[in-house]
Design a protein around this ligand. Sequence first.
Ligand SMILES: Nc1ncnc2c1ncn2[C@@H]1O[C@H](COP(=O)(O)OP(=O)(O)OP(=O)(O)O)[C@@H](O)[C@H]1O
Ligand SMILES: [Mg+2]
Length: 489
Amino acid sequence: MRERKSIPFAPNLIESMRSLGYSFETAIADLIDNSISAEASRIDILLSPIDNPYLIILDNGHGMNRDELEEALRYGAKNPLEKRTNNDLGRFGLGMKSASLSQCRKLVVASKKNGLISCFSWDLNYIIQKKEWMLLEYGNEEINSLPQIELLKSLSNGTYVMLEDFDRISSSTYDLNTTINSYMNSTIDHLSLVFHRFLNDGVDIYVNNNKIIPRDPFLSSNRGTQPLPEQFITINNSKIRIKPYILPYINKLTSEDLQKVGGKEDLRTNQGFYIYRNKRLIYWGSWFRLTRKEELSKLARVMVDIPNDLDEVWGVDIKKSTVHLPDAIKKNLYSCIEESIFKSKAVHEYRGRKETVNKDINYIWERVELRDNCYEYKINRDLPQIQLFEESLDANQLKYFDKLITNLEKMFPSTSLYIDASKGKINEEPKNANEDEIQEMYNEICDSLDYSEKMGLNKSSVLESLLKSEPYCNYKELIDKFKIGGNNE
Ligand SMILES: Nc1ncnc2c1ncn2[C@@H]1O[C@H](COP(=O)(O)OP(=O)(O)OP(=O)(O)O)[C@@H](O)[C@H]1O
Ligand SMILES: [Mg+2]
């Protein structure tokens, strides 16, 4: 056996590293993480969208000397397994490079420490030309010609990160300026939420000199918010803190509060756990499939604080935008809040009463009676077809799916349905089907059964539940076919 060194080919690997899946806002948030870890109290995001757009992130953190900066720009600068201090938001030694270059082709980082400024740059075009991991170091004159560099000079220490040549955005739009500005607006929204605890606690972030206002998703300073007792789970000697809140009733919220909690329409979608890593919000608006996002729990939000020494356990990703909690922890989290949230009187007052015509049928649409004698029509999320489909989705897809269903419900065309029905003009689905249609439904169910088996579910109870569900329950021939075929074994 012989050893052979296999060195990654810089132009290809650096191009692939651009596709980790950052969005504009998650990329900027990753750079802000670094400024916060460097104990900055003020961070300025300066966007110049005109001509050759550039974006600068300037902080007054502890800065880096020349050697530290050169090392910081190296891919994989730090060992992901290394223990980090409990205020460090980093983990992989990649963020600054991978986040910036996911959006642009040139990254310039200048940093000031002990009165000296040093500066390095990764330029994708130069790497392609040289076919090497070739970092560029700037001399004094080059540093002096950087836009707005005087702002770094005026600080006693700090770091200046400049992103230039937004190739991915420009290739997807005719109007780069407008697009970048609109990305910036959603970034402000994102930052105001994910860093709200820092923004409330001595860190100021400005975008072109406008201060970002923190968006506390629990409205914890609102007197109507009901904080519930906190609880702790200990894992590997580290503590996870769980603090549930019940938001005030909607009609008690000001429009500003409503905007903070994500808008009236999205209250239901935004309920759930809010997972923080070292006070930085990573993931929110999910009950991790442990329960459904019901109308009754739409005011419930649970702050979960996980320290960074549990990163390995819960699988934080490079973008710090997803979590993969082990089932045991999820269940633990849920049992901590089940009693206080899902069985609480305050929440129950909200509950709409479901009207069921025949309790042996799983209806697709449910008519729900609200408090004020109004009704709304909801898609039954407990339908086995929906549950099986949800099993195949990851947490993010699940969120989109939930949102899609909520939007379908919201857009239910009740008025035109009423008018058409009153004229007898609704084309009702016939309750009998021809042989081909029965066979098609039979196959559909068989596919679902195969899938449920793969998911480790009990095939015969899935079949029983499917045959009780609309539309299948309407076709006796279909039900008989399963009885005769005995496909439930
Ligand atoms: N604004 C900054 N001020 C001071 N030091 C910084 C700054 N940005 C980056 N650094 C230094 O550069 C190192 C590398 O940063 P990078 O974002 O690439 O990785 P990380 O923060 O260590 O981990 P992650 O990949 O999880 O973000 C950091 O660990 C930190 O030491
Ligand atoms: Mg980082």
